[in-house]
Ligand binder design. Structure first.
Ligand SMILES: [Mg+2]
Length: 358
């Protein structure tokens, strides 16, 4: 097990060879890692409801001694509000266990301006509270002489005038910061514009001449904020999104678990670029409590559990066997990532995935 984890860490180190298969672990991940850095939407809840198995799995992981921290790019809500929401869903959480991109961007801003400076808070309450937490004074108008302008998700009620104040300030040369640049955000009724869309509005108003400094996943300030606040020694990033959660883990040299309860499906996982390949993959948060089966090379293919996968001559993935569908997916990951990593190009996964009931 230790060897498998060492291999996983080496494969994730910046500059190392690309990961070509999910790692195995002989012990439950909740025993191997001291802190789970959990994404929220698509991992713990979706559309306000807890995701299947999330509540029981998190409780069991915590009872087993794993610390839980909730890491969100959503800057609109305060840690108190997020903790209350989680507690209501049956996942007891303290505000100190929540880390938001608003906190990460507030620290970034505080490092660039004089102590106690004014900061334009173009976003929701989460951003204003985070600015105050760092000793800054949130203001609402470009005429209030802000030393910095921070943009964070303000929710569907964000007034257009807030974007106007941010645009005016940035056009006057006020340093520009953004909590995150996720273009979209899932709502209960479909996809809605995220903070990245609001950032684009301001960028348009600058004639595309300026760029904000960004804190959120997958960038280092968010990772730094999370490690500072949780004191994690052996963290495991748990997420549903390849280009934020998993890429952020990769950039920070931290192992990751992808769960398939959110935006990433099996086809996307198989096509993942090297920096988007997670250390482990599981159907849902029960994966925290379980050992991870090894993927082993077998001739020109890969075995995991009862399955064997290989990339055929025409680039089509082939899958034979039976058993746990996730094991089949792990074997397919090895075949697809290895083929892509050796110049085999994009593989076709449609038929092989049809064999799995995922
Ligand atoms: Mg998510």
């Amino acid at each position: 097990m230790a060897d498998a984890t060492r291999a996983a860490r080496a494969a994730d180190a910046p500059g190392a060879a690309p990961r070509t298969a999910p790692s195995g672990s002989g012990r439950a991940l909740s025993e191997v890692y001291d802190t789970a850095l959990l994404d929220l939407d698509g991992v713990v809840y979706a559309g306000g409801e807890a995701i299947a198995h999330a509540v029981d799995s998190l409780r069991a992981a915590r009872d087993g001694g794993m610390r839980l921290a909730y890491v969100t790019n959503n800057a609109a809500r305060t840690p108190e509000t997020v903790a209350e929401h989680l507690t209501r869903l049956g996942v007891p959480a303290d505000p100190s266990e929540v880390v938001t991109s608003a906190q990460a961007v507030a620290r970034l801003i505080a490092g660039q301006v004089p102590a106690g400076a004014r900061g334009l808070g173009a976003g929701g309450e989460g951003l204003r509270v985070a600015l105050r937490e760092r000793g800054l004074s949130p203001v609402d108008s470009a005429d209030d002489d802000p030393a910095a302008g921070g943009q964070g998700y303000g929710g569907p009620e964000l007034p257009w005038g807030v974007l106007a104040e941010a645009s005016i300030a940035v056009n006057r040369g006020v340093p520009w910061f953004a909590s995150n640049t996720d273009l979209t955000i899932p709502s209960g009724r479909g996809i809605a514009p995220g903070n990245g869309a609001a950032v684009e509005v301001v960028r348009i108003a600058t004639g595309h001449t300026k760029d904000p400094r960004v804190a959120g996943k997958p960038l280092p300030p968010m990772h730094r904020e999370t490690i500072l606040r949780t004191g994690a020694v052996r963290p495991l990033v748990v997420g549903d999104r390849l280009d934020t959660d998993i890429e952020g883990a990769h950039a920070g040299g931290v192992d990751s678990l992808l769960v398939l309860t959110g935006v990433t499906d099996a086809a996307r996982l198989l096509a993942a670029a090297p920096e988007h390949r997670p250390t482990f993959v599981a159907a849902d948060l029960r994966g925290l409590l379980a050992p991870q089966p090894e993927v082993v090379a077998d001739g020109d293919g890969f075995r995991c559990g009862g399955w064997r996968a290989a990339a055929g001559d025409g680039g089509a993935l082939m899958l034979d066997g039976g058993g746990d569908a996730l094991d089949g997916l792990r074997a397919l990951c090895a075949a697809a990532w290895t083929a892509a990593g050796t110049g085999g190009g994009r593989v076709s996964a449609e038929r092989a995935l049809g064999v799995l009931d995922l």
